[in-house]
Design a protein around this ligand. Structure first.
Ligand code: ADP
Ligand code: MG
Length: 370
C-alpha cells in the first residue's frame, strides 16, 4: 500500500521560478525512501510540503489514501528529525524525548512505557537526566530519533539528520537508523546530499536536480543504469569518467585521443549511431601489463589508500580515474597500459545526456551465501 502519493506537484515561492516541478512519487508502507541531490535542488522544500509546513502550488499530495494538500500538520500523523536536532537546551533528555506527547493527550503511564522502550532501543537509558549540552553529537541525534520513535508516528521524515556528525559516527548511525526503521516498520523519507547515505540506506532513491526528478529506483538500478549523465556522475565514488566516443572503422575513439580496438561482439553491442558520450566506472578500467589491446596513457597522479589504489590519467583533455584493489606503485608522468571494454561503458546521447545503453557487464552480481 502507498503511504504517500504525490502527483504532478509543483512549488513556486514567487510565482515565476519553480522550485519543484511536476514531482510524482509513491512511497510504500514500511519503505526507506531517500531523496538525494545537490544543495538547493529542492529536497527540504519537498519534505516540508509533505510535513504540511509549506503550501503546494499545484498537484496533489495523498497520505494514507487521503488528499492531504490542506491537512493540518498535526493531523498528518508524522514525525520529523532535522539536521540541527531541534532539542530544547533547558530541558532534560527525558523531557526532550517526551516532548509533544502531553499535547497529544497520551497518558503518563503510556508515556513512561514508550520512554523506557525508546531509551533502551537507542542506548539512552543512562542519560535521561542530562541536558542536551552534556551529550555528544551522536547522543543528541539519538535523542531526536527517540522523540520520533516515542511519537509512534508511522511516517518519519528526516532532513539530513547525520550531516553534523563526524565520519565514523555517521557510519554507525546509518546502520542504527536502518535497523530501527525495519524493527519498527516505519515508513521513512530521508533527505540527504550524500550519495553514500542514499546508496547504503535507501530501499529506493529519488535523485533530484534543479527541482526536477532525474531518476527513481533501487540503489543498484541507479548505479547500473543511470538515466542520464547527471545521475551517472552523482551516484558512485570516485566519480564516473566521461568522454566523447566516436566509432571509426573497427575502433572506438575516446576524446579524439585513445583508440580502442573492438571485438566483433563489442562492435555488435554498440548502440545505433557513430558518436556518443560515454561514462565508465573507475573499477571497470583495468591494468593491462603489456596486453596487445591495451591503451597507453600518462599517469598524472596516484592516490594510495592502502586497500586500493586510484590512478589518475588524461584521456584527451579529461581526467580519468581508475581504481584497483591492492597497492600499485606507479610514478607520475610515466606511461601506463590500461584496458577498457566498451561493453562496460554507459552510452549517453551527446546532446541530451539521456542514457541510450547501460553497461552490459557490471562487476558481480554475486550471491553471498553461508
Ligand atoms: N521560503 C523560501 N522563499 C523563497 N525561496 C526559497 C524558500 N525556501 C527555499 N527556497 C529556495 O528553494 C530552493 C530549494 O531549497 P531547498 O528545498 O532548501 O533545497 P535543498 O534542501 O535541496 O538544499 C533554493 O533555491 C532556495 O533558495
Ligand atoms: Mg535542505
Amino acid at each position: 500500500m502507498n503511504k504517500i502519493e504525490i502527483r504532478n506537484l509543483t512549488k513556486t515561492y514567487d510565482g515565476e521560478t519553480n522550485i519543484l516541478e511536476k514531482i510524482s512519487l509513491n512511497v510504500r508502507e514500511g519503505e526507506f525512501f531517500v531523496l538525494v541531490g545537490p544543495s538547493g535542488c529542492g529536497k527540504s522544500t519537498l519534505l516540508r510540503i509533505i510535513a504540511g509546513l509549506e503550501k503546494i502550488t499545484d498537484g496533489t499530495l495523498r497520505i494514507d489514501g487521503q488528499t492531504a494538500n490542506d491537512m493540518l500538520p498535526k493531523d498528518r500523523n508524522l514525525s520529523m528529525v532535522f539536521q540541527n536536532y531541534a532539542l530544547y537546551p533547558h530541558m532534560s533528555v527525558r523531557d526532550n524525548i517526551l516532548f509533544g506527547l502531553d499535547v497529544k493527550k497520551i497518558s503518563k503511564n503510556e508515556q513512561q512505557s514508550r520512554l523506557k522502550e525508546a531509551a533502551e532501543l537507542l542506548g539512552l537509558t543512562d542519560y535521561l537526566k542530562r541536558k542536551p549540552r552534556e551529550l555528544s553529537g551522536g547522543q543528541r541525534q539519538r535523542v531526536a530519533l527517540a522523540r520520533s520513535v516515542c511519537s509512534q508516528s508511522p511516517i518519519c521524515l528526516m532532513d539530513e539528520p547525520l550531516s553534523n556528525l563526524d565520519a565514523k559516527l555517521r557510519g554507525q548511525m546509518r546502520t542504527e537508523i536502518c535497523r530501527l526503521q525495519k524493527k519498527l516498520g516505519l515508513t521513512v523519507i530521508y533527505v540527504t546530499h550524500d550519495q553514500v547515505e542514499a546508496m547504503t540506506m535507501g530501499d529506493r532513491i529519488m535523485v533530484l536536480q534543479g527541482g526536477k526528478i532525474q531518476q527513481t529506483g533501487t540503489p543498484l538500478e541507479l548505479y547500473n543504469a543511470p538515466a542520464n549523465t547527471f545521475v551517472g556522475g552523482f551516484i558512485g565514488s570516485p566519480q564516473m569518467n566521461f568522454a566523447s566516443a566516436k566509432l571509426t572503422g573497427n575502433t572506438l575513439v575516446l576524446n579524439d585521443s585513445i583508440a580502442l580496438p573492438l571485438t566483433s561482439e563489442e562492435r555488435e553491442n554498440l548502440p545505433d549511431g557513430t558518436h556518443w558520450q560515454i561514462g565508465v566506472r573507475a573499477e571497470q578500467i583495468h591494468f593491462a601489463g603489456s596486453g596487445n589491446t591495451a591503451s597507453s596513457v600518462m599517469v598524472v597522479n596516484t592516490e594510495m589508500l592502502g586497500n586500493e589504489t586510484q590512478v589518475i590519467f588524461y584521456v584527451g583533455d579529461q581526467l580519468f580515474t581508475a581504481r584497483w584493489s591492492g597497492q600499485f606503485m606507479t610514478e607520475n608522468n610515466r606511461p601506463l597500459k590500461i584496458h577498457m571494454s566498451p561493453d562496460t561503458f554507459h552510452f549517453f546521447d551527446e546532446q541530451t545526456g539521456q542514457l541510450i545503453r547501460p553497461a552490459i557487464h557490471v562487476q558481480g552480481p554475486a550471491e553471498l551465501s553461508a
